[in-house]
Design a protein around this ligand. Structure first.
Ligand SMILES: *[C@@H]1O[C@H](CO)[C@@H](O)[C@H](O)[C@H]1NC(C)=O
Ligand SMILES: *[C@@H]1O[C@H](CO)[C@@H](O)[C@H](O)[C@H]1NC(C)=O
Ligand SMILES: *[C@@H]1O[C@H](CO)[C@@H](O)[C@H](O)[C@H]1NC(C)=O
Ligand SMILES: *[C@@H]1O[C@H](CO)[C@@H](O)[C@H](O)[C@H]1NC(C)=O
Ligand SMILES: *[C@@H]1O[C@H](CO)[C@@H](O)[C@H](O)[C@H]1NC(C)=O
Ligand SMILES: *[C@@H]1O[C@H](CO)[C@@H](O)[C@H](O)[C@H]1NC(C)=O
Ligand SMILES: *[C@@H]1O[C@H](CO)[C@@H](O)[C@H](O)[C@H]1NC(C)=O
Ligand SMILES: *[C@@H]1O[C@H](CO)[C@@H](O)[C@H](O)[C@H]1NC(C)=O
Ligand SMILES: *[C@@H]1O[C@H](CO)[C@@H](O)[C@H](O)[C@H]1NC(C)=O
Ligand SMILES: *[C@@H]1O[C@H](CO)[C@@H](O)[C@H](O)[C@H]1NC(C)=O
Ligand SMILES: *[C@@H]1O[C@H](CO)[C@@H](O)[C@H](O)[C@H]1NC(C)=O
Ligand SMILES: *[C@@H]1O[C@H](CO)[C@@H](O)[C@H](O)[C@H]1NC(C)=O
Length: 799
């Protein structure tokens, strides 16, 4: 099964660079103009014919097949009136084709009639699907092109050197395709280029040195490629540059030293991204006077050990990214004074920051939207950001004391993550005020006590609430029933004393309910309607005092636990979209939780959305396992261990064809293990130990892999792997079996930590992933001129 990782890319279009971005592709004006030339009209129609129209070929939600209305006869046959076609008013020649997001699927070869449209100056084919074909050499015939946009088109292979003949080109955007190989040096002839975007491809080889020749560039992005070496020596001649993105270019041949004075000629530079490279920033202290006035400065993962001094003079910063460095010690006092009027986003996660020097009561930046301080060593009390803050994350630090009620003044807050600190006291009751703006509330793993405050009393955007691993008491507030957007509710490891919150069943989007390790009690009962918990996919009620029968009627209702088409493999996450005047960004906030699987309790930092799990273990459920356990047939983990269940193991368990872990141990189950369970070919963990099972153990397939420990403590069982043979009266004495089940590391769930950001990163802390994801998504926008595209993945099912 392949993983499909979605790379959402916010393409940014700079109105300031070119008025052509704003071209209205409508040529029918009051001025009479020549009709379209017949031969151009037929060239366009043939071009149209060479494609299939496929809604999946474009990602944009406003995509539609612009060519659909092109026709050869009758009214509207003048190609100059066609959607997406731009003609010269004087000559009637086709000079522009604006076919972005037009659902075109197919490829273009050198014989394409497109290349006979020699008057073309502007060609925009972004966000169509060219089926991993290569750009044909024929493109060089379009010698008058000045703009060429091919972003998000799944073009692949190498760029043809002949593109160097497009000497009039002023804007070239081939981002988010699948280009490989070297960037041809002939692109150095495109000396008119002002906008060059090669980002999100797989270009390799040295960073192209011909960039030194492109002295009219105002925008250059090389983000996310596989360059192997090279220098930044070419940098410095591009004195018109305003935007320079050099992040995530995966340099893998030793670190490149970079001195900031290389930028001193770039007086107009406002946005500089150097994050996530093997670039070591050297001598950044001695150059403060000459540096550009940055608006966006990205220095994540640049080997910084302290706050660069030159920041003291940066008073126009809007976004400052210093995460994932080695910055030690307290945040210096002067940091509270930089860019006070302008700073909107500050990323300091993943450093070794220990605290704050003279932190004001409320942090000073009046426009602050995002403040990221996660994964540091911050001590002291919780700082309160300004009331404009939309996202505030200080998870994984050592902050102590109470949560100040001043935080309830942050009425724009959408994401609040205070998890993994030492915060104590009770959650301020004024949190109620936040629930209309909050989308994600994470207070996990602190020392909070007292009751859970009322939430969602009014309108609510809350999608994820995690209050687990605290000492919260009392009952679940009934107001949660009004959190109509809620997808994940995690209250595990607290002291909540309540009955089963059946009333949460009416929440239409609830997917994950985790109540493990609390003081819940009583019977679960039956649903009142057929729609209760209809979206539920993970329920963990383990380690409580629930009694009565297993919830057989609920099992019939949980339709979201049935096998679904797992085509869109992704993680359970909340996709947050933020927009402030200058910037927009998308942030996936992945859901993570502690669960027990295969006998091991551990924290899962990413959870694929195909995980369907029921854990009712360690309660006091009695009675038989209902037949309806076979209904949620998408289940992958099922744990009913350590209850007082009796009767036979139902054969309907064999319906759970995706089951990977089945734990029925420590009950009072009797009779034989159903032979049908041998059909469960994904089963990697099976435990029926300590029951009253009898008869032969099913043999073959997965059952050949289970150890004795899976069957221990059932004196009536016989057959391999037990030494007691079946069908003979003399019983061999039970041999002591290994008491531990498997090893913890040999099997773990195959999807967990499978992908992280755009690459395969295993064993890396989630903090890193989160920040790198975030910065990928974080792109400045100018006005509304941005569109988001996905790099296309080949779809196996295309009809
Ligand atoms: C083109 O412009 C005319 C006149 O301004 C307008 O009526 C018409 O709707 C436009 N067509 C398109 C496709 O935008
Ligand atoms: C080029 O594409 C056209 C239409 O897609 C096709 O008919 C033609 O055979 C192709 N030519 C070559 C040389 O592949
Ligand atoms: C897409 O590419 C595949 C493999 O090269 C090919 O079989 C298929 O015909 C192509 N589809 C179109 C519409 O060009
Ligand atoms: C159309 O015909 C004119 C005049 O013969 C020629 O200059 C032009 O290149 C032709 N265009 C196309 C697309 O064939
Ligand atoms: C895209 O390029 C990458 C890197 O070369 C390659 O691994 C991948 O298979 C390509 N994808 C397709 C669909 O060609
Ligand atoms: C760069 O410009 C110089 C002089 O203008 C020229 O000689 C050289 O060929 C150019 N290099 C490339 C790769 O275009
Ligand atoms: C810098 O920007 C200003 C204002 O946009 C412009 O007038 C000036 O020419 C630019 N400088 C360079 C070197 O391009
Ligand atoms: C970071 O700095 C250390 C020494 O301080 C050096 O050994 C290491 O190579 C540097 N890493 C990068 C990526 O430059
Ligand atoms: C840089 O700025 C700081 C603070 O304004 C100042 O103390 C220092 O002398 C400056 N350094 C240089 C080289 O100008
Ligand atoms: C918090 O909000 C209240 C009511 O809007 C206001 O009176 C108070 O001044 C605010 N406190 C701070 C520190 O901003
Ligand atoms: C998969 O993605 C498609 C297209 O984005 C969407 O329509 C569909 O609902 C998704 N399927 C699932 C199971 O999420
Ligand atoms: C289990 O599968 C069998 C055959 O596919 C079906 O008849 C039966 O109803 C299923 N049982 C449950 C509980 O879903």
């Amino acid at each position: 099964m392949g993983s499909i990782l979605y790379l959402f890319i916010l393409m940014r279009f700079l109105a300031l660079l070119s008025s052509f971005h704003l071209i209205v592709t409508n040529s029918s004006s009051s001025v009479q103009q020549p009709l379209c030339h017949d031969n151009e009209s037929s060239a366009l129609l043939q071009f149209k014919q060479s494609f299939l129209i496929d809604e999946y070929a474009s990602e944009d939600s406003y995509a539609y097949p612009k060519v659909a209305t092109w026709k050869s006869h009758g009214e509207g046959s003048d190609c100059c009136s066609w959607d997406g076609v731009e003609c010269d008013r004087e000559t009637g020649h086709v000079i522009g084709l604006h076919l972005a997001s037009s659902c075109l699927y197919g490829s273009i070869n050198s014989s394409s009639t497109l290349f006979s449209l020699v008057h073309l100056r502007r060609l925009d084919l972004s966000d169509n699907d060219f089926n991993y074909s290569e750009i044909p050499h024929g493109v060089s015939q379009l010698s008058r092109l000045r703009i060429l946009y091919l972003a998000g088109t799944s073009y692949s292979g190498e760029l043809p050197a002949s593109m160097g003949k497009l000497s009039s080109l002023s804007e070239l955007d081939i981002s988010s395709c699948n280009f490989t190989g070297l960037v041809p040096s002939s692109l150095g002839h495109l000396t008119q280029l002002s906008y060059l975007d090669l980002s999100y491809n797989f270009f390799s080889g040295p960073i192209p040195s011909f960039l030194a020749n492109l002295t009219t560039l105002t925008y250059l992005s090389l983000t996310s490629n596989n360059f192997s070496a090279g220098t930044l020596a070419w940098l410095g001649e591009q004195t018109k540059l305003t935007i320079l993105y050099l992040d995530q270019i995966n340099l893998n041949e030793g670190p490149i030293p970079m001195e900031l004075h290389m930028l001193s000629n770039l007086k107009n530079l406002t946005d500089l991204q150097l994050s996530y490279n093997r670039i070591s920033l050297l001598s950044y202290t001695s150059t403060n006077a000459t540096l550009p006035k940055f608006k966006l400065l990205g220095l994540a993962s640049c080997n910084l050990t302290e706050f660069p001094d030159f920041l003291q003079n940066q008073q126009e910063l809007e976004v400052l990214i210093l995460s994932t460095n080695k910055i030690h010690g307290p945040i210096p006092k002067w940091m509270w004074n930089i860019s006070k009027e302008t700073l909107e986003a500050l990323f300091l996660s993943n450093n070794f920051l220990s605290g704050f020097s003279q932190v004001p009561d409320v942090l000073p930046w009046s426009r602050m939207s995002i403040l990221e301080l996660s994964s540091n060593m911050l001590q002291g009390s919780l700082p309160v950001p300004p009331s404009s803050t939309v996202e505030y994350s200080v998870s994984r630090n050592r902050l102590a004391g109470e949560i100040p009620s001043l935080i309830c003044n942050l009425t724009s807050l959408s994401l609040l993550d205070l998890s993994g600190n030492n915060l104590s006291g009770s959650i301020p009751q004024c949190f109620t005020k936040l629930s209309s703006s909050l989308s994600i509330l994470n207070l996990r793993r602190n020392n909070l006590n007292g009751p859970i405050p009322q939430t969602c009393t009014n309108t609510s955007n809350l999608r994820m609430i995690d209050l687990s691993e605290n000492q919260l008491q009392g009952q679940i507030p009934k107001s949660l029933a009004s959190c109509m957007m809620l997808e994940e509710l995690v209250l595990g490891n607290n002291l909540i004393n309540d009955i089963f919150p059946f009333w949460l069943g009416s929440l239409p989007r609830l997917q994950v309910l985790i109540l493990r390790f609390n003081r819940f009690h009583g019977a679960i009962g039956s649903p009142k309607t057929n729609f209760e918990f209809s979206k539920l996919r993970i329920i963990d009620l383990s380690y409580n005092g629930f009694t009565g029968n297993l919830p057989s009627e609920y099992l019939k209702n949980w339709d979201a636990m049935r096998i679904v088409d797992a085509e869109n493999l992704t993680y359970i996450q909340v996709d947050e979209e933020f927009e402030v005047p200058q910037y927009s960004w998308e942030e996936p906030y992945p859901f993570s939780t502690t669960m027990t699987n295969k006998g091991m309790t551990r924290e899962y930092e990413l959870i694929p959305d195909i995980l369907i799990a029921i854990d009712l273990s360690s309660n006091r459920f009695h009675g038989e396992i209902p037949e309806s356990i076979g209904n949620p047939n998408g289940l992958r983990w099922l744990n009913l261990s350590n209850n007082a269940l009796i009767g036979a193991i139902p054969t309907s368990l064999a319906n759970l064809t995706l089951l990977e872990a089945l734990d029925l141990s420590q009950n009072k189950l009797s009779r034989e293990i159903p032979q049908q369970l041998v059909q469960l070919t994904f089963l990697a963990f099976f435990n029926v130990s300590h029951n009253h099972l009898t008869g032969p153990i099913p043999q073959g397939k997965q059952f050949a892999t289970f150890s004795r420990a899976s069957f221990d403590g059932n004196p009536g069982l016989c057959g391999s792997p037990l030494s007691r043979a079946c069908g003979s009266s003399e019983q061999s004495p039970p041999t002591p079996s290994s008491s531990k089940q498997g090893s913890t590391s040999e099997f773990d769930w195959k999807f967990v930590l499978m992908g992280c950001g755009s690459g395969l990163v295993i064993g890396v802390s989630i903090g890193y992933c989160l920040t790198s994801w975030k910065h990928e998504w974080f792109v400045k926008t100018f006005g509304k001129q941005h569109t988001k595209w996905t790099r296309k993945e080949r779809r196996g099912h295309r009809g």
